[in-house]
Design a protein around this ligand. Structure first.
Ligand code: FES
Length: 63
């Protein structure tokens, strides 16, 4: 996965920033929104952000 990829253009949030938020304890979309600001403006990235939160949380919890 490209962690440099910008997932949320409105807030300029990358995949890596979502991963960092999850690794720092965020487990839900709402918590990641709060931590990164991702998906708090137009909402166009919501599904992508949600998918990444689930992906990184599963990865974190499998360790
Ligand atoms: S692209 Fe993420 S809120 Fe607009």
């Amino acid at each position: 996965m490209n962690l440099e990829k910008v997932v949320c253009n409105c807030m300029n949030v990358t995949s890596g920033m979502i991963k960092d938020a999850v690794d720092s304890g965020a487990s839900t979309l709402a918590e990641v929104q709060e931590a990164t600001g991702a998906s708090t403006v137009c909402g166009g990235c919501l599904e992508d952000v949600e998918r990444l939160v689930e992906y990184f949380a599963a990865e974190r919890d499998s360790k």
